[in-house]
Design a protein around this ligand. Sequence first.
Ligand SMILES: [Zn+2]
Length: 367
Amino acid sequence: MPSNTRKAAVIMMNQIIAVLLLVSFSVTLAPVPGVAFVRETANGGAPAFWPDAQTPLNLQLGCPPNGSLPVWGPCWDDAAKDAAQRWQPSSTRFRFLTPSPVSASPCGTDGRQTLVFQPTFCGAAFGGAVAVTAYFINSTTGELVETDTLFDANRSWTTYDGPVRTDGAGTVIYDFHRVAIHELGHVLGLDHPDDFGQTVSAIMNRRVSNTDTTQADDLAGVSAIYPGAGTPPLGILENPKPSSFTSGIGTISGWVCSATRVDLQVDGTITVQAPYGSLRHDTQGVCGDANNGFGYLVNWSNLGPGQHTLVALADGVEFGRATFTISTFGVPFVTGANGTFVVPFNGRNVTLDWQESLQNFAIRGIQ
Ligand SMILES: [Zn+2]
């Protein structure tokens, strides 16, 4: 990855004086033995942090002009949301929030953490950087006030995991997802370990590399800035069950006590928001209220036959996971088929009917 570097621009703001512009790689500190991750500071001042251990992101990245992204899509904003999740396993306390975005400039000061593609860094050249995160920070306390992240619109962007890819001419095609994970690490207060004499596997290292998601050192960093355990979401993915078999038309369902939104992620590529808040009186005792159910109607045939993995997320934090097997007739929807079968089951004779609307067999009678 020669010459393709990322920079975090640190804009310091103290209570009196106008802002100064400082590019973080000019900061030099002695390496800290035994600690690899490095916290962002305002010119060596107090290390940066969000006072509430959370911050909303204003995603202004939009969608690719032709079709959807290969993974984590369909839009850049979706890939950014997945990137945010990589920083918030249930073991950590910090949370990115993703409210409905508003149109905002990434160059002024408006208190919003805007992420956007731009042809310049607010009029300046990106140079070797592929993306830049600017900070507004109280240099006395370290409290972050605002960040803005600009991705160089003149680069070639897509999404993929694994080794860095190039086109036929040897030009890098950037994986937006890993660059977004890196920049969000700056947003929450981390700097580049390799700028401070550290050699460690980390998404926060300066250069884009084959490291495509957060590493142990990165998560140790977010835990150090925001100490204390996260509260894992209390909930259950009930259907499908792990190691189960499924077919036809069914419902992904379960419950979670408290969430702004519930998302379902299939095979790490498809993410859908599930309708959430239906009454589940059986959860009243655990949750203290009853509007905890979620359910998403699915035609399993659309996912194709074979093994699949489903992850259920409450506000981006996993609370349920199942790997299961889908059987299909090789078409998305079987039409014009009929059949009635009597099968012995549980000491009785059960009559099964093919039900086209369910794409499944239903019990017609029990003798
Ligand atoms: Zn960086």
